[in-house]
Design a protein around this ligand. Sequence first.
Ligand code: SF4
Length: 353
Amino acid sequence: MPVMRQPHNIYIHVPFCISKCKYCAFFSTARQPDWDKYCTNICNEIQQWSDKLGPVNIPTIFFGGGTPSLMPTGIFAKIIAKISQCFHICPDCEITLESNPGTLDAARLDRFIAAGVNRLSVGVQSLDDGELEFLGRRHTADEALRLINAAQARNIKLSADFIYGLPGHTTETVAKLCRGINQIGLGHCSLYELTIEPATPFGKMNLAMPSNSDMADMYATIGECLHLPRYEVSNYATADSQCRHNANIWDGMPYIGIGRGAAGRIYTDGRWFEQMGDNALFAPISDDARATEKIITGMRTMRGVKITPDVERIIDWGWVGNNPLLIQKHGDRLCATGHGILTLEHMLLQLTK
Ligand code: SF4
């Protein structure tokens, strides 16, 4: 019988930034990389996965960071060429580049697009220059808008990231941010609550953060003021602008994490494996553990988790039946209600046997 090879999405981590933002706990360093060495390492990893998985289909490729837009476009093109040589890049493959304003001018954007980028994600974070400085960002709101305008003029898929819940933020601040985002005319944006990580400069500053209840009110304000529908806890988009890469992963599809700091979930020979880039980890995970992950990511989406046999087996259906105000079955999916989304972490603890 022929072996069924599962498509795998690809995530490539680019762990370099110009400087560290004050809230950032992501795996990235502020130093000049040796791009040739980085490229060689990434291409070696791609080759290893090709040796293990064979020429699987690749529906999406996501360059995340860090600041992938710092990468020389020639390096980017070499990595795409290597993926193309080792796997089958689907004709409609979504190829995302995360970017920061000030690192990507129109000419370089054109070269990235010529090399395959068809979706740009821009780290805007705020439309207020004072807030950008407070966050330790290296750009102004105008620079961010110029990059967004350049991407809009080139008609590629586009997203922008924002942060809310800064010290002093209120529902009115967040409503103003949403009005600003509406004016930009984005098809996709992500709004993340500022969380304070201990190992960051903000973690040592004893900041007067909004209370949990204020944060919940701000979250509700986003739902009311933003002109884009929420499709995941922190993501908003029109139906045809949703991020296919993230949607595939939230839906439980396999993905390969390449580069130091990347994580993946591989499906081969009928089994799931967890892995980390740079050969840091490759270990089997049980079907139940993988099903639990699918429930955690799927329940964060508005369309919910698909009730596949592995998921069905570990759901506590008695608890589901007793909590219709939090969770409901729609066709072959299990979805959190509007109220359930607000108590998601508590619900996830109860949901599985
Ligand atoms: S640009 Fe992004 S990854 Fe880099 S330091 Fe700032 S928040 Fe962290």
